[in-house]
Every structure is written in structure tokens, then in C-alpha cells.
Design a protein around this ligand. Sequence first.
Ligand code: BGC
Length: 465
Amino acid sequence: MARSPAKDHTTDKIFPDGFLWGAATAAHQIEGSPLADGAGPSIWTRFAHTPGMTLNGDTGDVACDHYRRWKDDVKLMRELGLRAYRFSVSWSRILPEGTGRVNQAGIDFYSQLVDELLANDIEPLLTLYHWDMPAALDDRGGWLNRECADWFAEYGRVLYRALDGRVKKWVTLNEPWVVTDGGYLHGALAPGHRSKYEAPIATHNLMRAHGAAVQAYRAEGKHEIGLVVNIEPKYAASESSADKAAVERAHAYMNGQYLDPALLGHYPDELKEIFGDAWPEWPAEDYALIKQPLDFIGINYYTRSVTKANDSYPLNAGAVKQALGTYTETGWEVFPQGLTDLLLWAKERYGNLPTYITENGAAFFDPPVADTDSSGARRIRDPLRMDYLRKHIGAIHDAIQAGCDIRGYMVWSLLDNLEWSLGYSKRFGIVHVNYDSQQRTPKDSARWYSRVIATHGRSLADPLP
Ligand code: BGC
């Protein structure tokens, strides 16, 4: 991927009118009470309750207790000045068996959340699927069953009918790459399968489900719908032809595997090379279902990868650590310029689609309990996160200056939360959560971000506090 020249981020930043500043979360990571009020179990409830699957056996049973504290959490968003909030809906709260019977209490939960957001002038961005498939559907084969496209469209329709009058931005899937790579190829995430033969099928069915949910939206909904992908620029570790070929494979696997079919109507050729006999031929009508006009794309960006050819399965490519790099607590290199490069690449390849940065953020060490400063106020000092956010927002501004149609930015995450199989060990929030008391404390990064929002980006030019 071409590198753009590094920029000076100290100049005045002005973002386009209507630029949406917000923060993101996901149902299973914050809500807790996964079985409350008639909800069915999801694959994450099962996975986390299987010994050895998550760090320290952590589960989402309590998480941030947002299911009961949602009103206070919206108040907090208001105090921080957020203009948008991206959250996901738990499918098995709405349809406990995944299809068929609707659980009204589940709809009511999200309906009151949406009302509260709107009453506080916060625009809701709703994601239908952030990794928590109803367990009942996993029993029927989950994403390996072609019927999942119908199941997902049915679920979408229930929510469109209930909420489209108030929710104007919808997302079908969050990060299908992670669903497949973590859930079906390497097994570190629910449902924990490890199969080179299943992964391409899961990918394809996820994309069919995405297409079916967009089609259903066009019939029922009046606003906007898009897809969220996590993409990561790949740079060659050396000039060798082996490393350059490794970059092409890694790039196709992560960055092209989902956007290409959704926007261009075909998969990158490299996938056949990577998966060999495990990569099936699909019927032509599937591609027509998958490629639906989208109103926007969402991009989640965390890091880059400097890629080298190696014998890792099945890509024969892997990331090499940079001697001079700065790394977050999840071992990801801080590389803001990669976000500009990526946005320019997406514009070039797919056209200048309206784009939201739907996740960006970092886990750094923050203590489990907040300090108290001399005035007695609770405080979490997180200068590394502030620096990370500032540089990445600057990188987005660079992309806007270069002509990319970027419409908003959502920090990952509003709250410290359940980092999937890493449990509560990694804190990504701009708001600290004390998991014993459930007390929320805005970190220094939250106060800083509030000012960025209030000044519409001008304060990015100020030195960090
Ligand atoms: C996911 C989040 C996750 C975050 C940090 C994204 O891949 O959408 O659910 O917590 O990255 O790992």
C-alpha cells in the first residue's frame, strides 16, 4: 500500500459541517444480564462459560451492567458532548430462538435506549450483528448454514419495523473478517471452530446475509444502511518478491475479502491461492445478492501490519514487530498514517463512498480503580490514549483534505468493557469502569475528546494537557 507523507498535526483542524463525533460499544461487551427478560443465550454466553475459552474465565454476565445502567450511561454521553453513539443489538434478546417468536421486552430495551439518546440530541448508529449469534441458530449450523441469510433478514425486518422511524443509520455486520478468522479459522472467538474448510463458507454466508439484510431494509426502511469492516494496511517487510507476494495475500485476505464482494461483486483472486481446495465456486446469483448499493461504509482502524512471507497457516504471511514502533497493550503498533493510506486506498478502489470511522482506539494500562487528585476528584491519567486519538483524528483530517468523504468518527470505546476472549484485561474506554463498584470515571482522554467535539476539531492544534 502506498504511503502518504507524514503530516504535521499541529495546524488548525476544521472538520466538515455535520461531521459526527461519537463513541462506540457492542451489546455483549457492555450490557451484562444476557438472559434477562426472556432473552435466549448467544454463542458468546456459551463460549465464555466453556472452561479455558476466555482469560480468567471472564464472561459477559455482568460486564458494565449497561442493561440496567443505560440511562446513566446516556447521561454520561451527554455530559461528554457526544453527538453520536454506535451500539449493537443482541439478536437473541429480540428473537430468543434466532427466528420466529419475537421477545417484546428485548425490543423495548433498545427502543427506550434510542428514545433517551434522541432526547439528549445524540444520534444512534445501530449495528445488527456484533458477533453474538443466537445459540439456537448455531445449533442449526450458524454461519455455515445457507439459511442464515433468511434468518438475518428476518431479524433485520423486526428491528427496522420497530426502530427505523427513529434510527437513521444502520449497519448490517460488524467486522465479518473477525467473525470468520476468529470464529471459524483460528477458533479464538465464538463459536471456536478451527477449519480452513469452514472459513470460506462462513465468509460467503455472512456476505449473503449482509446482502439479504440490505435488501430487506430497502423494502422496509427509509434511511441509510452500510457495512462495517476492520481493515489494516499491509506494508512489505522487505523488497523481496516473496514478501511482496505475502503482502498481496494478506491485503486480499483482510482488506479485500469483504469489501470486494460487497462493492465490486467478486472476491479477490488471492483467496483461491490462500485457501486452495477449500475455496468453493459459488453460484452467480449469490454475487448479485451480496452486491447491494450501500449508503455508507464503516471502517474500523487500529493498526498496520508490516508483512513478511512465512509458513503461518493458511496465509503463509505474518506481521513483523518494528524495532522503533510504539505498541499498545494488545500488541498493536501505533501507526496513524496507515489510516490515511487506507482511506485513500479505499477511495481509489471503491470510489468516494460516504465513510464513517466506526471504531478507533487503544488499550493502554489504566489502573482498576481511579486515583483521586488534590481536589478530591476521581482521575484517570491516560496520556498515551490521548496521544493515540489525537494522531488518528489528525490522520482522518489528512484524508479529508485529500478529498475522502469522511462523515464521522466513533472512538472505541465509550466504556472499558469485555474484550472478548481477553476478558476484562484490556481497557479501551475513554471512560473508566471499576468492575467491583461499576463506578464510571471519565479518563483524561474523555475530557480531551469532549473539547475536540466542542471546538469541532480546532483544539487538536493545542498541546496535549
Ligand atoms: C471490535 C471490538 C473490539 C475492538 C478491540 C474490534 O475488532 O469490533 O468489539 O473490542 O476491536 O479489539
